[in-house]
Design a protein around this ligand. Structure first.
Ligand SMILES: *Cc1c(COP(=O)(O)O)cnc(C)c1O
Length: 392
């Protein structure tokens, strides 16, 4: 695009530019490991950074770069960076911002592997962490130390669907000059843009809504130009969790339909929530779009809509929860989320099995908690399947 649109839907299709495409409508996949130099001097200039251009695909690739430009535009950030997985993105950001002796303050409730990574950073590298519910200013402030180098947030929190007020956290973080990093996977840039709320870095598992079709594992980061450059030249380049050009191409394709898919995910989830709430075998439903939810006000403030993920507890034990999953026919038992297919999982024994039981219970992940990623099927079919399995 010569001039970027101000509309999300248009940027999702046209944002960014590729250096050379021969007029091809769809961006070419630059499936190459390396790039040739015309002369030895050109090679020298590329390495010295005095001439723009590609060197080697771990350092940059045209198809991947187009995706990085597009995600930066969609998040309202200066620059984007791609990774081979969401966890490669999370680890590259955390390691770039910390050194031994530093402290990270996290939201209470995190993606299971992020929790595992933080444990490892503490045990092996003395980079310690603490948790805050982040719903009270006093609690956040009391948990900051002189060594706190970043605040790390997920909102909505996986899988309890609690929300964190981004403006509240940003207000405190600015006072103490601490960067705020947000894992925005559950919302996608269509529903929530943390950088516009004043946050510093956004991370995505692009595996989820951005890809949207369950066929790629990938991660993305958006932030200020200097920070992205720093990560690109250190923890990305030297640890090496890079994205393949083909995966970038799949994600560029996924992004084109992100707005229409998200609208449908949200509409379906709202409908299913209203039905689950009324079911006699359901104990509690956690969905930020439910007007009764404590998260509703924050959702209205910082999200376009409430998203496609619902968590709920059924009346019963772990065995009852497993039996319920086993009775489903259309809905697939699988971790991951954001796909066209409705997916369901049991956090206590699946995504959060690595979290010690007492921590898990503190996070609200009980044995009867179920997480549902509402897909794009007709809501009538999704409900019929849930209903028969709940009745059974
Ligand atoms: C899936 C997920 C991740 C990890 O992403 P991968 O692409 O699986 O490595 C991180 N954070 C959240 C919230 C996720 O849902």
């Amino acid at each position: 695009m010569s001039k970027e649109s101000k509309y999300f839907d248009t940027i999702a299709i046209h944002g960014g530019k590729i250096t050379s495409d021969n007029g091809s409508l769809v961006p070419p996949i630059y499936q190459t490991s390396t790039f040739t130099f015309d002369t030895a001097e050109q090679g020298e200039a590329r390495f010295a950074g005095s001439e723009e251009g590609y060197i080697y695909s771990r350092l940059g690739n045209p198809t991947v770069k187009l995706l990085e430009e597009r995600i930066a535009l969609l998040e309202g950030g200066e620059a984007g960076l791609s990774f081979g997985s969401g966890m490669a993105a999370v680890s590259a950001v955390l390691f770039a911002l910390t050194k031994s002796g530093d402290h990270i303050l996290c939201s209470k409730g995190l993606y299971g592997c992020t929790f595992g990574l933080l444990q490892m950073m503490e045990e092996k590298y003395n980079i310690i962490h603490d948790f805050s519910s982040m719903d009270e200013e006093e609690d956040i402030v009391s948990k900051l130390t002189p060594s706190t180098k970043l605040i790390y947030i997920e909102t909505p929190i996986n899988p309890t669907m609690k929300l964190i007020d981004l403006q509240l956290v940003v207000k405190i973080a600015r006072q103490y000059k601490i960067p705020v990093v947000v894992d925005n996977t559950f919302s996608s840039p269509y529903l929530q843009q943390p950088i516009k709320e004043g946050c510093d870095v956004v991370i995505h598992s692009a595996t989820k809504y951005i890809g949207g079709h369950g066929d790629v594992i990938a991660g993305l980061v958006v932030g200020r130009e200097d920070f992205i450059q720093q990560v690109a030249m250190t923890t990305k380049k030297d640890i090496g969790g890079v994205m393949s050009p083909f995966d970038a191409w799949l994600l560029l394709r996924g992004l084109k339909t992100l707005p229409v898919r998200m609208d449908r995910h949200c509409d379906n989830a709202e409908k299913i929530t209203s039905l689950l709430i009324k079911h006699k075998n359901v104990e509690n439903v956690f969905y930020p779009g439910d007007v009764e939810s404590p998260a509703y006000e924050i959702m209205k403030k910082q999200m376009k809509k409430a998203g496609g993920i619902i968590s709920f507890t059924i009346k019963g034990t772990k065995k009852d929860a497993q039996n319920f999953l086993n009775r489903l026919k259309l809905i697939k038992i699988a971790v991951s989320l954001g796909d066209a297919e409705t997916l369901i999982q049991h956090p206590a024994t699946m995504t959060h099995a690595v979290v010690p039981e007492d921590e898990r219970l503190k996070m609200g992940i009980t044995d009867n908690l179920i997480r549902l990623s509402v897909g794009l099927e007709a809501w009538e079919d999704i409900w019929e399947d849930l209903n028969q399995a709940l009745d059974g």
